[in-house]
Design a binder for this molecule. Sequence first.
Ligand code: PAF
Length: 293
Amino acid sequence: MKVVRTKDDLKEELAAPRRDGRIIGLVPTMGSLHAGHLSLLRAARGECDVVVMSLFVNPAQFGPDEDLAGYPRDLEHDIELATAAGADLLYSPADAEVYPEGFATAVTVSGLTEVLCGDPARRGPEHFRGVTTIVAKLLNLVGPDVAYFGQKDAQQAVVIRRMVEDLDFPVRIEVMPTVREPDGLAMSSRNAYLAPGDRERAPGIHRALNAAAAAARAGSTAADALAAARAELDSAGIEPEYLEARDAIDLTPIETFNGRPALIAVAARVGDARLIDNVVVESTQRPERQEQR
Ligand code: PAF
């Protein structure tokens, strides 16, 4: 795997594959790779001729009180893991390369970024503005045919799909399933912040989502499904920042599960880690019976 630091070197590396019509896949990351990232790289390896991974801890998506300074970084280990997972090219720019002096542009997706994590009382829409701005830049720089994201960051995936559609980026967005620890905890770079006792409590989030999904599939209303999830969180001693059921495509709140696919999403602080996770429940409505001819 070749490592490049500048956009000029990136363009030079991609010139020949692009000219030859080879399929380029992009896996954007902030490093501190875990099995979730590796599943994205392997999916890209399986579908694309050239696999590009970006590694950039993007200051624009961290709030002033968030963990930018302490975000786990281990470039050498990430290089080993990305190489083993089949990446061909790593783009790892410096902050000043991405946001040079005078940088004054941001990409904003309205509405979708103001709920769940984007609620102004939580991370706020500025978080997603940072994400869409860097992802737009990466899509322009790499020009991939396919870009890969994880379902764990469900809202991020919805927002990026919206941006790509609205701004006509010529790229297919692939959202890959959440990868979990054996006890159900979703893989996240921020799991590194969990003290041993908190690590034991954290799988309560997955149990809560399973309880909500089971209730939804059994015909419960959204309120009852969320109550089932809440009971699991309570028994794990986890106070959610939010626990909500929303339409999985447009993120509008839902009351029942017999419409379009529903996203049940949770965010919770467990010790020093702010964790997010979700489950998607397909419509529980039975298909109408075909009329007999
Ligand atoms: O999901 C992430 O790791 C980041 O939000 C992303 C997409 C790499 C943008 O910085």
